[in-house]
Design a protein. Structure first.
Length: 243
């Protein structure tokens, strides 16, 4: 979704390495810059590329940008990411809206010393993804004739893709999609009482009974091909974003 910034009226643009305490993105296809601007008079701060636990960063560092956004006055967080689909109807190129998640990353961004001004020590997670924003996203997708599936997302550390037995286990646990990001950011955002909406691009399908090899290049190719559809939905969401 790095191209989405091209649709903005850009007011500021900074490479991650020029921002104090920001890690540098090491993932191919991630531009690695923070962009501020507006779309339809809505003020946005966009990350072109995110950080991941599998890059060797502590979860608290992965989520540092979320804390920066909150300090700048941002109250709503809209996340996009690539995932694998683990159900027959979640084919490559389809879109999902996360309704809940299962954290299997083996880490948590709130582990460690607690600073009271950053929120409660034990955040409630009964509604990690804002139900009103989910309903809004599904309504807008329907108006645009873009299928948007409700999904339960399983987050793992990566960076390897999953074995057939692991996919089968995750399906038994109730997960529909799998990926290596998003959950740390959501946990910090909820501690800060930010509203969260997360949209997934299913870039590959992993069914234990018919597994096929997956490559990062193939994931990136499907993501690029799906990007215009996601961009259309994001534009509509941002322009009519509920207060």
């Amino acid at each position: 979704m790095g191209f989405f910034a091209d649709q903005m009226n850009i007011t500021a643009q900074l490479a991650y390495e020029k921002i104090p305490h920001f890690p540098a993105s090491t993932v191919d296809f991630h531009a690695g810059q923070l962009i501020a601007g507006t779309i339809a008079n809505k003020h946005l701060l966009i990350m072109q590329g995110r950080f991941h636990f599998y890059e060797g960063l502590e979860a608290s560092r992965v989520t540092f940008p979320i804390r920066v956004m909150h300090e700048l006055g941002i109250t709503d967080l809209l996340l996009t990411h690539a995932v694998g689909g683990m159900q027959p109807h979640l084919k490559a190129g389809t879109l999902g809206c996360i309704s809940d998640h299962i954290n299997l990353m083996g880490t948590h961004p709130l582990i460690g010393p607690h600073a009271g001004h950053l929120g409660t020590r034990f955040p409630d997670m009964s509604e990690p993804y804002d139900k009103r924003l989910q309903s809004f996203a599904h309504t807008m997708a329907q108006k645009l004739d873009i299928p948007l599936h409700r999904t339960v997302y399983a987050a793992v550390s990566g960076p390897s893709y999953e074995t057939p037995a692991e996919i089968n286990m995750l399906r038994i646990l109730g997960a529909d999609t799998i990926g290596m990001s998003v959950v740390p950011e959501v946990l910090v955002a909820r501690q800060l009482e930010m509203r969260v909406l997360a949209l997934s691009v299913i870039t590959d399908q992993a069914l234990p009974e018919q597994m096929v090899p997956v490559s990062h290049q193939e994931v990136a190719r499907v993501a690029r091909e799906t990007a215009p559809k996601v961009g259309k939905l994001l534009n509509a969401l941002i322009k009519q974003w509920p207060e």
